[in-house]
Design a protein. Structure first.
Length: 266
């Protein structure tokens, strides 16, 4: 019996774990239990040296309807103190996904609403079926997409994020691609094949390089490249060049052989 009430966890391939939100009856809307379980499963997978990549998916026809409305109704009747702690748990869960040192891939089919859009934006790579739709619907319920807003802004920019939040308009997969909300759109039938192709590409890189890329890129913002930023990038590459995996990567390339981490993934 699975220890997860709201998730399923499978090995999608060697070094690849897939976390699937498993509340299809409510379109994988998340409540307190699911938030805690996503937080816990990511922490567990981050600590597992055998796991190289984490895929986040939704069971059934839809990715995630965001916040469970029953949970939101309870929140509307609770104290501000309760709501603050509850929001902090959601914020921590999203931060855990976004700051995961291992590459994360969102597999999106059907609808992603509200917090479901936040989950997409918190992942490194987002691949959508052509039937996917995205809506920041919170304003319709008198609330705001507050906790997810930094992730949405990082993905599509401030003005587009404001437009989506203010209008609560539903956009399709191809518009989401144009905005940078997702990276690739394919047919529903090709979704899993495409995810597997992206996984294969990611596995060509070394685990340490992935961790360093994610750490470094999270220190940077799309703004002026200051002397401090230039120094940070110089310090980072000078440190990483001396790692065992860097030496192995260059040696494998010069010897025209697979790097050691590729053999581990077979």
């Amino acid at each position: 019996m699975s220890k997860w009430q709201t998730l399923t966890l499978i090995e999608r391939g060697t070094g690849v774990a897939q976390v699937t939100m498993a509340r299809p009856a409510v379109f994988n809307a998340f409540n307190e239990v699911m938030i805690a379980e996503i937080q816990a499963v990511f922490a567990e997978l981050m600590a597992d040296p055998k796991v190289r990549i984490i895929v986040l998916a939704g069971e059934g026809k839809h990715f995630s309807a965001g916040a469970d409305l029953q949970w939101m109704r309870r929140a509307s009747e609770a104290s501000q103190e309760w709501n603050l702690e509850d929001a902090r748990r959601l914020a921590q869960m999203l931060h855990t996904i976004e700051s995961c040192p291992k590459p994360t891939i969102a597999r999106i089919n059907g609808a992603a609403l509200g917090g479901g859009v936040g989950l997409v934006c918190a992942c490194d790579i987002a691949i959508a079926a052509d039937n996917a739709t995205f809506t920041l619907s919170e304003a319709k319920f008198g609330i705001v997409p507050a906790v997810i807003s930094p992730y949405v802004i990082n993905a599509v920019g401030r003005r587009q994020a404001k437009r989506l939040a203010l209008t609560t308009t539903r956009i399709g997969a191809h518009e989401a691609l144009e905005l940078g909300l997702v990276h690739q759109v394919v047919s529903s039938e090709a979704l899993d094949k495409t995810v597997d192709m992206v996984i294969a590409d990611v596995l060509l890189g070394s685990p340490n390089a992935h961790q360093e890329i994610k750490w470094l890129f999270n220190q940077l913002s799309p703004s002026e490249i200051t002397p401090e930023v230039r120094e940070l990038t110089a310090q980072t590459i000078s440190r990483v060049r001396g790692t065992e995996e860097a030496r192995e990567g260059f040696a494998a390339f010069l010897a025209k052989r697979p790097a050691s981490w590729l053999n581990q993934s077979e």
